[in-house]
Design a protein around this ligand. Structure first.
Ligand SMILES: [Zn+2]
Length: 138
């Protein structure tokens, strides 16, 4: 530990001054080991965490971060879609699949969502156009 005042908590990235790391407290369960009198002799870390460290060594935190990225990518793919808005900010242009229409750029998750949002006459015109298109393609 450097012990420099005001320097703890955040690790600066030497390669990029526009990036730093924030420290989070990560709790790991410990179990008491007692002697014959029932007194606590020592505390033992959760064995899954110990195995995790045995498996990944000093890179165990990198594995946690990698899993987090994977989990988010999977969750995003499963529950969100991307509209045509600029991809800015934490949520970017990712929209929930429960809301299949973006009012800002007027794009839809799927073609069926676009059709569902049409009025009766718009639907009729849409299907008429589709039929003509199919006839031309034959
Ligand atoms: Zn949009």
């Amino acid at each position: 530990m450097s012990g420099v005042k005001g320097k703890s908590g955040r690790k600066a990235n030497p390669d990029a001054s526009l990036e730093r790391s924030k420290k989070y407290t990560f709790y790991v369960k410990e179990y008491a080991r007692t002697n014959a009198n029932g007194n606590i002799v020592e505390w033992v870390e959760d064995s899954y965490f110990q195995w995790f460290k045995i498996h990944h060594g000093a890179r165990w935190q990198e594995r946690v971060r990698a899993w987090m990225r994977q989990d988010v990518q999977h969750y995003r793919q499963k529950s969100y879609w991307q509209c045509n808005c600029p991809n800015i900010g934490v949520m970017g242009n990712w929209r929930s699949k429960k809301a299949p229409h973006c009012r800002l750029c007027d794009s839809y998750y799927r073609e069926v969502d676009r059709i569902n949002n049409m009025s009766y006459t718009e639907k009729q015109e849409y299907y008429k156009r589709k039929m003509e298109q199919l006839k031309r393609e034959k």
